[in-house]
Write a protein that binds this ligand. Structure first.
Ligand code: ATP
Length: 324
């Protein structure tokens, strides 16, 4: 159930909901944030990805006002506040922040009160939250008896009872099954439709690719790239594709290779007995290559066409070396 009109978070204007400028945060001689700039906008779902130790959690904690910066500033709704910003932002930490010996309902009441939501408004919002999370039937059970997916959903609900205009989610789907994940994504989609600015960190690149409007790739406390997935792919690894073909024909692979040298020179023989080519433009290059294969008298027994995805971008920008 979507929140009633009265309960809805108002949409923001053109001003960013959150603006970080030149954020620096060091732990000893290690910089968790190293001159980070970032903007979040109302009704926009922003993904935050990066290797372990890239600074994602520190970035969110800085927005929530939970870690003081050494330099730089964080504005939330145009204001540069000191200390925790529990009213303006919702914070869903990576480690569940729930009272497991209390029921789901008692957790919602407690977090509601903590966020200053009381009386009839708290009752309405709890009723909404239980529907939104699909937890109404288990509301009076102790949280310790909930599945991981139920606990994750409750954790998110507790963070939004005060209707923050910015929601920070640090790996909110770790360890949940595909059904619970879908529910969480649909819950977050409703918040976005209601104008909430979402910042969502995850190592599940597929989730980020399919759900986020834009994303930020962070490493060593700095932004490496930002934009929509296709903008980032275009500006880094490019949109070309790699084609792999298994071919058969009279005379075997040697004969095919020499015929292709004339009819489809873009195809080269790979180490595994296949033929491969890099295509700058799939729509024009692929038909030409396939017709060259046919002219060479070869038959296609297998075809694999791979276009670059976020994983390729991620590895190109952040390298293959193990992190923390
Ligand atoms: P992960 O994907 O593993 O959750 P992350 O991108 O969220 O990583 P952060 O947790 O923000 O990264 O950590 C950034 C850097 O700051 C890391 O080198 C980390 O070890 C260090 N760091 C974070 N918090 C502290 C702390 N309280 N004390 C010392 N070092 C810290």
């Amino acid at each position: 159930m979507a929140p009633s009109r009265r309960e809805r978070t108002p949409r923001g204007g053109a001003e960013p909901s959150v603006r970080i400028r030149g954020a620096i945060k060091a732990y000893g001689d290690r910089r968790a944030l190293d001159g980070l700039d970032l903007e979040l906008r109302a009704g926009e779902w922003t993904g935050l990805i990066g290797p372990n130790g890239a600074g994602k959690t520190t970035c969110m904690m800085a927005i929530a006002g939970l870690v003081p910066l050494d330099a730089g500033e964080v504005e939330v709704e145009g204001r540069n506040l000191r200390g925790p910003r529990a009213k303006a932002v919702g914070w869903v930490p990576q480690d569940l922040a729930l009272y497991t010996q209390l029921s789901g309902l008692e957790n919602l009441r407690t977090f509601g009160t903590f966020h200053g939501v009381r009386g009839a408004q708290r009752r309405r919002r709890i009723e909404w939250a239980l529907e939104w999370t699909g937890l109404a039937a288990r509301a009076k059970d102790r949280v310790a008896t909930y599945s991981g997916g139920m606990q994750r959903r409750l954790n998110i609900a507790c963070a939004v009872l005060h209707r923050p205009r910015t929601l920070l989610l640090d790996e909110p789907t770790v360890g949940v099954d595909p059904q619970a994940r879908e529910r969480i994504f649909s819950m977050l989609g409703q918040l976005k439709d209601d104008g909430v600015a979402l910042l969502h960190s995850s190592h599940e690149l597929g989730d980020i690719e399919s759900s986020c409007d834009r994303l930020i790739i962070l490493d060593r406390g700095r932004e490496l790239a930002s934009g929509t997935v296709s903008e980032i792919i275009r500006s880094t690894v490019g949109e070309g594709a790699r084609l792999k073909l298994q071919l058969t024909g009279v005379g075997g692979l040697d004969a095919i290779e020499s015929a292709l040298a004339t009819s489809a020179p873009g195809l080269r023989r790979g180490a595994g007995g296949h033929f491969e080519a890099d295509l700058d433009n799939v729509v024009t290059d692929l038909p030409a290559l396939l017709s060259g294969v046919s002219d060479a008298g070869a038959e296609i027994s297998g075809l694999d066409l791979r276009t670059p995805g976020l994983q390729d971008v991620f590895l190109q920008l952040t390298g293959r070396g193990l992190r923390e």
